[in-house]
Structures are given as C-alpha cells and as structure tokens.
Design a binder for this molecule. Structure first.
Ligand SMILES: [Zn+2]
Length: 388
C-alpha cells in the first residue's frame, strides 16, 4: 500500500507543474484557457483567480466533462498549495484532457505574490432556483449567469421589438436593462407591444415597461430614459452599456445610434419589421459592417412607409425581438456565432429564414479606414454624415 507521499510523488511524475508566473502567462496568452479551482466552496468564496471555474476536488470527475466538454482546451488547475491540484491534474489526464498543468504553490502563493485575484460573487439560493435552467447549461453555468447579472443592455424603444427583447432579457437575469422611449401607451399598441396592457393606456411607456419587468424579475435594475434620443444626449445615454438592442423604426435614429456606437465601441443588435417580414443583424464596431456599410443611405421617404402606415402582423415583432434578445445574450456571454456580417431575413408568410452576407464597406464614411473622426449630429431624412 503506497503512502500518501508516495502517491503524490507518483502523481507529480505524471503531470506537468508550472509556477505561478508561468501559469499567469499561460492564462494571459490564451483566452480559452480554463482556470480550474478545485478547492472547497468556503475556500473559493474567500477569493479566487478571476474567471476561475470552481469544481471542488471531490466533484471533479463527476462534473468536469459537463462543464469543460472540450478535452483539448488548455487547463490550469490550482488549489490552495498545489497538492490537490496535482492529484486533480492526474485525474483530468486520465479522463482524456490533453493539455493540463497544475499550478505549484497554489492560490496561497499566487495571492502572496500580489497577482490579480477577486472575491467571487455567489448566486443566492433564490437565484440558483430562478436561473436553474441556465446553470444546467455548461456554456452558461454560474459564471455565465453572474456575467449576465453584471451586464447592461440598452433597449431603444419599448414598442414592438423592445417588448419581447426586454421581457426575455429581464427574465434571463440581465442585471441592468435601460429603456429609452418617449411615447405613451396607446390602445393601438397592445396588438404587439406585450410589455404594456389596458391598465397602462395613457401611461409613459418607460414607466409601464419598468413595472412589467420588475414584476417579472426583481433582480433587474430597469433604468428609464423618457427622452428623445438626439445628438445632444446619445453619447451620454449609451455610455457604459455592453450591448444596444435597436428597436427603432426610423432612419435618422438608426444612423445616429450607429455613429455613436462606433465612437463608444458598443455592439448594436439591429432588428426591423415590415408587414410580414423581419430582419436582424449585429453591428460589431470595426469588427464587422456597420449600419452605414449595409445601408449607405436611407430610401426616399415615399418608399419607406413607417410601421404605422404599412401595418405589421402582431406576432412578427415577437419573433424578431426575441432573436435580438438571443443575439444580445450571445454577445454578453461570448456564445456561438453572433449575426456579425450576416443579415437574417424572416418571411412569415413563407415561414422561412434566410441569411445574407453583409460586408464592411472600405469606403464607409463612418467605419471605413479613411472615415476620419465621427461627428455626432442629428440627421435629416437624408441622414448623410456631417462634414468634419
Ligand atoms: Zn461602416
């Protein structure tokens, strides 16, 4: 029967150990690196490496394949001093993980050397219950849920698109939902704007939205802006938001938001609807095309009737707004392939979805290489960028 010390020596001979400096360099060099904390919950809650995945040593074999499905991903495993992590690294190798290192000296040494660490925020029992179906997804998990709770999404409009987007974002636990709208609730809105109801007719839309969302999820801080978005306030309003969900229905505002989002480098999830057809895409500043790349100039007013003039089937914004909420959450969590450089077109009568590629325009007057400094200005119906 080998002694513990012999077992440990044996384990260490089979794994790779790195010191804290090498571990920090490896984590910094590859954002996909899984930093795995195998200490007990009470140790983890006192402080941990930023972004660490926590699986106590006793649950490692049981849980790791669910939480880290890709066995070729680099894993840096640590504990308090480097003993449990050495044993854990050996177990991970036996499970088929191919790129595992154990951090010698553990969290104790890491912290003593003044390296970056933080106190992890833990979900409350109520939150664990509320978000249970998210926690079951390894791609979201507790860290992802915490990220959503720390996220800020700004909705432009509490109307047809903003309603389903706001409801799903609030239900998902996006911690701050900003809503800008200066309308009041009208009976004719209720055919599609499901944030509102008959009791709210005549009320400010932002107030009605806040009531609905707070009743749905009290975790969410709903910040309301009962103003018209203009050149004088757009940079202040969007400042600090992680994602903008654009549910506006007019060209001047879209161009204004586009230019401001480029300045602040905030991705915009765009949605639009017309009769039985909808579109959605994501504008990621300087990473993919912007709104001006896709639509260099607005169509003449007579060819672009507003929703009020053209009519829209009430379910349609429900579908497109839900897609916008999905894209926003994907951006917040870094999940999957967002609709960057792709326009998703939905035809309700055919019940079909098609995607079209959208490219960055090298001549784009807003995001092109020769664009020059962006001037934020209110646009007339021509929406041309202003001269510098
Ligand atoms: Zn552009």
């Amino acid at each position: 029967m080998p002694t513990f010390r012999e077992l440990l020596t044996q384990a260490k001979s089979k794994i790779r150990e790195v010191d804290t400096a090498a571990a920090e360099a490896a984590i910094g060099a590859n954002p996909d690196t899984v930093v795995l904390d195998v200490r007990e919950a009470d140790e983890y809650e006192q402080g941990a490496l930023p972004g660490a995945l926590h699986i106590p040593r006793g649950f490692l074999e049981l849980q790791v394949e669910g939480k880290v499905p890709d066995k070729s991903v680099p894993v840096v495993v640590y504990c308090a001093g480097g003993v449990r992590s050495a044993l854990a690294a050996e177990s991970l190798q036996q499970l088929g993980y191919t790129d595992v290192v154990s951090m010698a000296g553990g969290f104790g040494k890491w912290k003593n050397e003044g390296r970056n660490w933080k106190t992890p925020q833990a979900l409350s029992a109520e939150q664990r219950n509320r978000y249970h179906r998210h926690l079951l997804l390894p791609e979201v998990g507790e860290a992802g849920q915490q990220k959503l709770l720390d996220s800020k999404v700004l909705l432009l409009g509490a109307g047809g698109l903003g309603s389903p987007a706001a409801l799903y974002l609030a239900a998902a636990g996006v911690g701050t939902v900003g809503i800008i709208d200066m309308d009041v609730v009208d009976d004719s809105n209720l055919q599609r704007q499901i944030l509102h109801n008959v009791d709210r007719v005549g009320e400010r839309k932002v107030d009605s939205a806040k009531k609905t969302l707070t009743l749905l999820n009290p975790d969410v801080d709903v910040v309301t802006y009962d103003v018209r978005l203009g050149a004088d306030n757009v940079l202040d309003v969007i400042d600090g938001y992680d994602v903008i969900v654009d549910g506006t229905d007019n060209f001047p505002t879209r161009y204004l938001v586009n230019d401001a989002s480029l300045v602040k480098r905030i991705p915009v999830v765009h949605g639009s609807i017309f009769r039985f057809e909808g579109q959605a895409t994501v504008f990621a500043p300087y990473q993919g095309p912007c709104y001006r790349c896709m639509i260099p100039e607005p169509p003449p007013a007579e060819l672009a009737p507003s929703c009020a003039e053209a009519g829209v089937l009430g379910v349609l914004p429900g579908i497109v707004g839900s897609i916008q909420a999905m894209e926003a959450i994907k951006l917040l969590l870094g999940l999957g392939d967002p609709l960057i450089g792709r326009l998703l077109a939905y035809d309700a009568l055919e019940e079909s979805f098609r995607t079209f590629k959208v490219h960055r325009d090298p001549e784009c007057p807003a995001c092109g290489p020769d664009a020059g400094e962006i001037v934020i200005a209110d646009y007339d119906e021509l929406c041309m960028p202003h001269a510098h």
